[in-house]
Design a protein around this ligand. Structure first.
Ligand SMILES: [Fe+2]
Length: 181
């Protein structure tokens, strides 16, 4: 058992996702995630922490089921968990986070082996989705499309304080001003 493995207690009705847990526990993931948490600790706007990542994952999974995309659940969650991992680098150095994040995600995924490994095709799809998650391409792949949409839909703008909402860089037309899903 490697350090990226966890033991699962029996929980009726819940399906473990050992490959997603391996990403979460990965030292490179934790370093980037904790760095981002420190950089965003005083941010009044939406943050890019676990709540956002899991909201995006669950919206993606709902869409996957409703639209019959047939994507693997761990692939969906892996893409969501990794998609903003380049954000700290963007804050620090200005590099677009979808590009640095895609590179870091590719490295993390490539380092997972044994029973927590993703296939080459899964890794490629996840990296493509992360690279394309900010602007929807006309020929976006299914995972990329779900991630791009869920990333934006996951933001509860309607619950944001009015002064923060006014100062937000998102135009009003893009804000989620009611509960939609
Ligand atoms: Fe995001």
């Amino acid at each position: 058992m490697t350090e990226t493995h966890v033991r699962y207690p029996h929980k009726q009705g819940l399906s473990p996702m050992p490959r997603v847990d391996a990403i979460w526990l990965h030292p490179a993931y934790q370093t980037a995630y904790r760095w981002l948490a420190r950089l965003e600790c005083d941010r009044p706007f939406c943050r890019h922490q676990l709540r956002h990542l899991l909201d995006a994952a669950r919206l993606m999974w709902i869409a996957n089921l409703e639209e019959g995309c047939g994507l693997d659940r761990e692939v969906v969650y892996a893409a969501a968990l990794l998609h903003d991992i380049g954000k700290a680098t963007q804050y620090a150095m200005g590099a677009p986070h979808e590009l640095t994040g895609a590179r870091l995600a590719g490295d993390i995924l490539a380092s997972l082996d044994g029973d927590v490994a993703f296939t080459d095709a899964e890794r490629r799809a996840i990296v493509t989705a992360i690279r394309g998650h900010r602007r929807l391409r006309a020929d976006a792949e299914p995972l990329e499309r779900l991630l791009c949409r869920a990333d934006k839909a996951s933001r509860p703008c309607f619950s944001c304080p009015a002064d923060v909402r006014r100062a937000c860089s998102w135009p009003d037309a893009k804000k989620n001003l009611c509960i939609q899903i």
